[in-house]
Design a protein. Structure first.
Length: 264
């Protein structure tokens, strides 16, 4: 789509809002849908151009970056400059193109986007879908070559969002992501003297059937946790094992128990 202008491709003004952009895109998606233009290479190319233009202009940040370049360059150069910063993957990540195609499928009996994405983009177009209790996300990613083994990532999330992010990366890469082992939790009871002074504590790891000597730090309080790194469940792949968290419960001495119930 060299030397093209996204606004011209969609036939909209630079002041068009998101609702207008989506309405125009729906009309164009219907017009150039491959099920209405079978065997027509020109309309297939046009559909790809329309998809790219919509993916950019329907996203606030991408559109803002593109508009900034249009103010500095003529439309052809603005497009060239924009594509230097945005890859196909950047452009199509997070787009709702699949929703529009699926609406057309329901209304007119066309194939949905899952079915036609390979026709448009070959193996580079992928749908991801993640469902969990009370949480569901679906989207479309356009991929270039991705060497997963050299693709570093961190997921600084927890709970449902971490599971979603992991599922997302698996769908992008097409490879199974090894999971870190699950954490384990247990409770230990120590006397107030050990809680104050600290020292060794003999702990039996019931999951691994081994005895451990846990170092209790001085001045620990009731309810605090001690983390034993790598003593949780083993991972299902080559990643690290989970951790074991020991919750501290302090036992009152006999004197302290008596004082607790005294009225003064």
């Amino acid at each position: 789509m060299e030397n093209q202008d996204y606004y011209q491709i969609l036939g909209i003004s630079k002041n068009a809002d998101k609702l207008q952009i989506k309405a125009v895109y729906r009309d164009l998606a219907f017009k150039f849908h491959p099920d209405r233009n079978k065997g027509n290479a020109d309309t297939a190319d046009k559909m790809k151009q329309v998809n790219e233009a919509y993916a950019v202009l329907s996203d606030s940040k991408k559109r803002r970056d593109y508009d900034s370049l249009r103010q500095q360059y003529d439309p052809a150069d603005a497009y060239s400059q924009f594509r230097k910063s945005y890859s196909d993957q950047d452009i199509f990540t997070g787009t709702d193109i699949h929703n529009v195609f699926n609406e057309l499928a329901k209304s007119f009996g066309f194939r949905n986007f899952d079915d036609i994405s390979k026709e448009f983009y070959g193996t580079k177009g992928k749908i991801f879908e993640f469902k969990d209790s009370g949480f569901s996300v679906k989207g479309f990613f356009f991929l270039g070559t991705l060497e997963f083994g050299k693709f570093p990532f961190k997921i600084p999330l927890s709970g449902k969002m971490r599971r979603f992010a992991r599922t997302l990366l698996q769908n992008i890469s097409g490879e199974k992501i090894p999971l870190k082992g699950n954490n384990l939790h247990d409770t230990i009871q120590i006397n107030s003297d050990l809680a104050k002074k600290g020292g060794p504590y003999a702990y039996y790891h019931k999951w691994k059937s081994i005895k451990l000597v846990v170092k209790i730090p001085p001045n620990v309080h009731h309810g605090q946790q001690i983390r034993l790194v790598g003593m949780g469940e083993k991972s299902k792949g080559d990643r690290e094992a989970g951790n074991l968290y020991l919750k501290i419960e302090t036992k009152l001495s006999l004197v302290s128990k008596i004082r607790k119930y005294l009225p003064f």
